[in-house]
Design a protein around this ligand. Structure first.
Ligand code: ADP
Ligand code: MG
Length: 682
C-alpha cells in the first residue's frame, strides 16, 4: 500500500512537451528523427564551438539527454577524428560500454568494431579503422601503461563522471596531468548530476556547458510501513501497475542477477496463474553478466497493448537509458563493495542507496511523459535513513590494484597525487603494506621486478601474484584456468528453480578434494575434454556462455603470461602445488577453524562462514583460504580451498609469524615441541 508524498517537478521549459506524441508513436521514428529529438541536439553547434574554444570542458545534462551517444558522433562529424586520431569515451560499466557502442554503430550505420568499437577488460572490439572508441574507465587506466600521453586520441571524454568509480577518480588526476603537455588533446568531463562545479574547480575552473533537461514531473509514492520482503513487494507492485495504470513501461531496480532471476520467476509464475485476464507483460532482465543479445532486447519498442517490465541493476540508474519508462519501482538498495581498513576485509554487500541515487532512479520515470515512482520504503526512511550522497568508491574500497597501476606508471608519491577527493590515509597505507607483503613493492615503496610483472595483468594484485607464483610451483596452466574461472564471477553453475535438485547433484559431481578452486579447474578440464561441447554444458547444468568467456579470458591470460616470459607448465599429479600457488596470492584471505565449528580470519579474528554452495561446506578443514567475502545475513566466504598453515610461512614470511599460526584447537593439548613447531599442525 502506497501513499503519495511529493511530486518531483519537471523542468519549466518543458511543460509544453506534456502533449508530445505518446511513446508508441516515437517508436516509429527514424534514427535521424530520434537523434534530432534528443535534448542535446539543439546545442550541437554551440557545443562543438565550446570544445574548439576550450581544452577542458565540463558537460552537465540530465540522463538520457544524449551525451554518451551523441557527443562522440558530433565530434566525429566535426572532424576531430581526422589524421587517424581516436575519440575516446570512458564508461564506468562494461555493459554500458558495449551497449552504447552498439547503439552508436547502428546510428552511424557501420559494423561494430569498425569505425565504432569498444574495449573492456579481456575484450577488445576495435580495429585500425576505429575512430570512436568506448571503453571502461579501468581499460583507459591500463592504457596509460602502454601510452602514457594518450597519443592516439584527439579527444577523451570521461563520461558518467558523477558515478565516481575508483578508476574514474584516478583518471581525473591522470588526464589533468597530461593536458598540460598535450595541449592538442581535448578533455571532456561529462556528468549527469550536480557535481559540475566541483569538477570545474578541480580542472582549474574549466567552463561548464549545461544541457537543459527535459523532464516531466514524477509523482513519488512511499509505502506506509517498511517492506519485509522487497522482492515480493516488487512483484505485487508490478502487477498492480499493470492492472490499474495507463500504458507505459516499468523499470524495477534490484541489486543483482540473483534477485533479478528470483523476481522474474515469481512474476512469470503469477502472470501464468492470472492467465488471460491481463494484457501481455514482457519481462526483461538486465545485469552485467547478461549476454549482449539479451541486453539488446530491453531497447526494442514495446508492441502496442503490451507492457514492458525491465528488471535492472544500478546500471539503469544513469548509464543506460531505456525509452518509454513511465513507472519506476525502487526498493532502495544496491550492491556495493566495501572495505574495512581496520581489518583489511573487503566484502560485497547490499546497502541502502543514497538520496541522490533515489532521485536519479525516480527521474527515469519522467523522460517521455509525467511518471510515477514507487519507493518500497517509507517517507521517514528516505528522510532519516538515507545518506545524501553515495560515498565515492575511492573512499571505501581496497586500493591495491589502483596503487599498483599508479606505481607502474612511475607515480611514486601517492600521498601527493592530485585526487579529486583523497582516499583515507589508512586505506592507502594498507594498500602499500599489502603490495609489500605480496612482494610487489620493496621496503622503500618502489616497484619490484615481481611488481612490474604483476602490473602487466589486468587483475587484482592477489590474483596476479597467484598466477606468477604458479610458475615456481610448476602448475601455471592449471592456475591460469582457475584465474579465468574466477574471473567470470560465480556464474558457472546453472541452477534453475524448477530443477534445483538435479542442478545441485550435477554440481556435487564436480567436487574434488581440496575445495572450490580445484572444483572449478575440474569443470573446465572436463569441458575441454568434451571438446568444449555445448551439449555437455546442458547435461551438467553448466552455463555455456560463462565457460566460453572463461576460455577467452584464459587465452588472454596465457598471452600475458608469455609476454612476461613465464614458463607454461602443467601436469603435476597432486594438488598441493596448485593450492600453494593460490595461497601465494591469497594469504590475506585465510581463516582458521575455531571452537564450535566457526571460522575466524587468521589476522584479525573476524568471524566468517563457508558459503553453503561451497564443496567444503560440511567438511570444516582447519585452515582455508577464500577468494572473496559476500555479506548477506553474515560474512560468507565464497570459493574456498583447504590449505596447510605451514604454507603461509613459506609464501608470506613477512606477513605471518609462526606464533600466529598455532592452531587454537591444539592449544589444549600438551605441548610436545612447544613453540619450535612453526605451524602448529601435527
Ligand atoms: P545520456 O548519456 O545523456 O544519459 P544517452 O546518449 O545514453 O544519454 O541516451 C540517448 C538516447 O539513446 C536515449 O533515448 C536512449 O534510449 C538511446 N539509447 C542509448 N543506448 C541505446 C541502445 N543500446 N539501443 C537503443 N537506444 C539506445
Ligand atoms: Mg550517458
Amino acid at each position: 500500500e502506497f501513499v503519495q508524498a511529493l511530486r518531483m517537478p519537471g523542468s519549466e521549459k518543458d511543460r509544453k512537451h506534456e502533449h508530445s506524441p505518446p511513446p508508441q508513436v516515437k517508436a516509429l521514428q527514424t534514427i535521424q528523427e530520434t537523434k534530432k529529438s534528443l535534448p542535446i541536439y539543439p546545442f550541437r553547434n554551440d557545443l562543438i564551438q565550446a570544445i574548439k574554444d576550450h581544452q577542458v570542458l565540463i558537460i552537465e545534462g540530465e540522463t538520457g539527454s544524449g551525451k554518451t551517444t551523441q557527443i562522440p558522433q558530433y565530434l566525429y562529424e566535426a572532424g576531430f577524428a581526422e589524421n587517424n586520431k581516436i575519440i575516446g569515451c570512458t564508461q564506468p560499466r562494461r555493459v554500458a560500454a558495449m551497449s552504447v557502442a552498439a547503439r552508436v554503430a547502428h546510428e552511424m550505420a557501420v559494423k561494430l568494431g569498425n569505425e565504432v568499437g569498444y574495449a573492456i577488460r579481456f575484450e577488445d572490439c576495435t580495429s585500425h579503422r576505429t575512430r570512436i572508441k568506448y571503453m571502461t574507465d579501468g581499460t583507459l587506466h591500463r592504457e596509460f601503461l602502454s601510452e602514457p600521453d594518450l597519443a592516439s586520441y584527439s579527444v577523451m571524454i570521461i563520461d558518467e563522471a558523477h558515478e565516481r568509480t575508483l578508476h574514474t577518480d584516478i583518471l581525473f588526476g591522470l588526464v589533468k596531468d597530461i593536458t598540460r603537455f598535450r595541449t592538442d588533446l581535448k578533455l571532456l568531463i561529462s556528468s549527469a548530476t550536480l557535481d559540475a562545479t566541483k569538477f570545474s574547480e578541480f580542472f582549474d575552473d574549466a567552463p561548464i556547458f549545461r544541457i537543459p533537461g527535459r523532464r516531466f514531473p514524477v509523482d513519488i509514492y512511499y509505502t506506509k510501513a517498511p517492506e519485509a520482503d522487497y522482492i515480493d513487494a516488487c512483484v505485487v507492485s508490478i502487477l498492480q501497475i499493470h492492472a490499474t495504470q495507463p500504458h507505459g513501461d516499468v523499470l524495477v531496480f534490484l541489486t543483482g542477477q540473483d534477485e533479478i532471476e528470483t523476481c522474474q520467476e515469481m512474476l512469470q509464475e503469477r502472470v501464468r496463474r492470472l492467465g488471460s485476464k491481463l494484457s501481455e507483460l514482457l519481462i526483461l532482465p538486465v545485469y552485467a553478466n547478461l549476454p549482449s543479445d539479451m541486453q539488446a532486447k530491453i531497447f526494442q519498442p514495446t508492441p502496442p497493448r503490451a507492457r514492458k517490465v525491465v528488471l535492472a541493476t544500478n546500471i539503469a540508474e544513469t548509464s543506460l537509458t531505456i525509452d518509454n519508462i513511465v513507472y519506476v519501482i525502487d526498493p532502495g538498495f544496491a550492491k556495493q563493495n566495501n572495505f574495512n581498513s581496520r581489518t583489511g576485509m573487503e566484502s560485497l554487500m547490499v546497502v541502502p542507496i543514497s538520496k541522490a541515487s533515489a532521485n536519479q532512479r525516480a527521474g527515469r520515470a519522467g523522460r517521455v511523459a509525467p511518471g510515477k515512482c514507487f519507493r518500497l520504503y517509507t517517507a521517514w526512511a528516505y528522510q532519516h535513513e538515507l545518506e545524501d550522497n553515495t560515498v565515492p568508491e575511492i573512499q571505501r574500497i581496497n586500493l591495491g590494484n589502483a596503487v599498483l597501476t599508479l606505481k607502474a606508471l612511475g607515480i611514486n608519491d601517492l600521498v601527493h597525487f592530485d585526487f579529486l577527493d583523497p582516499p583515507p590515509h589508512e586505506t592507502l597505507v594498507l594498500a602499500l603494506e599489502q603490495l609489500y607483503a605480496l612482494g610487489a613493492l620493496n621496503h622503500r615503496g618502489e616497484l619490484t621486478k615481481l611488481g612490474r610483472r604483476m602490473a602487466e595483468f589486468p587483475l587484482d594484485p592477489m590474483m596476479a601474484k597467484m598466477l606468477l607464483a604458479s610458475e615456481q610451483y610448476r602448475c601455471s596452466e592449471e592456475v591460469a584456468t582457475i584465474a579465468a574461472m574466477l574471473s567470470v564471477n560465480g556464474a558457472i553453475f546453472y541452477r534453475p528453480k524448477d530443477k534445483i535438485i538435479h542442478a545441485d547433484t550435477a554440481r556435487k559431481n564436480f567436487h574434488v578434494p581440496g575445495g572450490d578452486h580445484l572444483t572449478l579447474l575440474n569443470v573446465y578440464n572436463q569441458w575441454q575434454q568434451s571438446d568444449f561441447s555445448t551439449h555437455w554444458c546442458y547435461e551438467n547444468f553448466i552455463q555455456h556462455r560463462s565457460m566460453k568467456r572463461a576460455r577467452d579470458v584464459r587465452e588472454q591470460l596465457v598471452g600475458l603470461m608469455q609476454r612476461v616470459e613465464m614458463e607454461l607448465v602443467s601436469g603435476i599429479t597432486e594438488t598441493m602445488n596448485i593450492r600453494k600457488a593460490i595461497t601465494a596470492g591469497y594469504f590475506y584471505h585465510v581463516a582458521r577453524l575455531s571452537k564450535g565449528g566457526h571460522y575466524k580470519t587468521a589476522k584479525h579474528n573476524q568471524t566468517v562462514s563457508i558459503h553453503p554452495n561451497s564443496s567444503l561446506f560440511q567438511e570444516l578443514p582447519r585452515w582455508l583460504l577464500y577468494h572473496e567475502l559476500v555479506f548477506t545475513t553474515k560474512e560468507f566466504m565464497r570459493q574456498v580451498t583447504e590449505i596447510e598453515s605451514k604454507w603461509l610461512l613459506e609464501v608470506a614470511p613477512h606477513y605471518y609469524k609462526p606464533k600466529e599460526l598455532e592452531d587454537s584447537t591444539n592449544k589444549k593439548m600438551p605441548k610436545v615441541t612447544g613453540r619450535s613447531r612453526p605451524d602448529g599442525t601435527n
